[in-house]
Design a protein around this ligand. Structure first.
Ligand code: FAD
Ligand code: A2P
Length: 271
């Protein structure tokens, strides 16, 4: 494409943002950073619509949790690669300098505003469901509001945990947040289909009491003390909801804050 044609395309691409870096974590997972629209204000934990132009020049957009915190000058996203997925079969090939479309209209329920004040905040996730929590664990407000913050993330294999692990390790050295995190953030990564230091589903580790025992935290959850945010597949979300409700936590929303909130990490086949 000639430079002139590139310029023309740049001008006509609606809500264009520039890809700044891309990192591939596994055959099925990658993350990328892009420029942040000047008009975009968001609460850590929210999602936006982003994508590319399709073959006919129409925007092909999907929901994506913003993985970076709201103070960051750039935006970060953590993405699946669905081999025949309309968007991610192409999005996985983006390179620094490429443009993506990003609608600057953030929404979502995984936000502090949707929870009543509490002492402990649980982030419960599987797979790319860690993305909104990658934002929230980097937000000082999280540590100002809670005495203890627990990030549970479960994947099938160890390599699928790498994005989250590296992020949490980096937090401890972060000049803005390092001191706030110290002694407050408990990271509990587990695998289910490959041996690792810690194993088992989030649901099983909650109901058996294992996570509380391993972290030296009083269990089970108590609506007077605990708050939770949940993000995974529909099946995961439903199973976790049942556990939380069994412990007396009620689902909250932006308009009606309560003890826990849920969001789907993706919409599955036929749902
Ligand atoms: P699609 O046609 O959208 O999906 C094809 C199939 O792939 C789906 O039916 C499902 O079975 C599977 N699938 C899609 N996304 C995932 C996923 N993330 N994990 C496991 N299986 C999946 N995706 C991200 O990768 N990162 C995010 O931060 C993210 N945030 C989201 C937030 C919300 C509120 C919702 C509703 C979805 C989110 N998604 C996220 C999913 C995303 O919108 C797309 O589905 C995904 O990018 C794949 O797009 P596609 O067009 O390639 O395939
Ligand atoms: P498992 O390996 O025991 O199925 P998936 O890739 O299928 O979305 O799963 C991602 C992770 O979430 C896997 O570790 C999987 O465990 C776990 N998981 C899937 N469904 C549930 C559920 N309903 N409750 C708890 N964990 C789940």
């Amino acid at each position: 494409m000639s430079e002139t044609a590139t310029n023309v395309q740049k001008k006509t691409l609606p809500d264009a943002q520039t890809v700044l870096s891309v990192r591939h974590w596994t055959d099925t997972l990658f993350s990328f950073r892009c420029s942040r629209p000047q008009s975009l204000r968001f609460r850590s934990g929210e999602f936006v619509m982003l994508g590319l132009l399709d073959e006919r020049g129409k925007p092909l957009l999907r929901a994506y949790s913003i993985a970076s915190p709201n103070w960051d000058d750039e935006l970060e996203f953590y993405s699946i690669k669905v081999p025949d997925g309309p968007l991610t079969s192409r999005l996985q090939h983006i390179q620094p300098g490429d443009e993506i479309i990003l609608r600057p209209k953030p929404v979502g329920t995984l936000v502090h505003d949707a929870l009543l004040p509490g002492k402990r905040l649980w982030f419960l996730s599987t797979g790319t469901g860690i993305a909104p929590f990658a934002s929230l664990v980097r937000d000082p407000e999280t540590y100002e509001k809670y005495e203890q913050v627990i990030l549970m993330h479960t994947c099938r294999t160890r390599a699928e945990l790498d994005y989250g692990r590296e992020l949490v390790e980096g937090l401890r050295e972060d000049p803005l947040i390092g001191e706030m995190v110290e002694g407050k953030l408990h990271y509990y990564p587990t695998t289910t289909r490959e041996a690792s230091e810690r194993m088992g589903r989030v649901t099983d580790n909650l109901t058996s009491g294992k996570v509380f025992a391993d972290l030296g935290l009083e269990g089970p959850m108590d609506p007077a003390r605990d708050r939770a945010m949940v993000c995974g597949s529909l099946a995961f979300n439903l199973d976790v909801k049942a556990i939380l409700e069994g412990w007396g936590l009620r689902e909250g929303a932006n308009s009606d804050p309560a003890e826990y909130v849920v969001e789907k990490a993706f919409v599955g086949e036929g749902i």
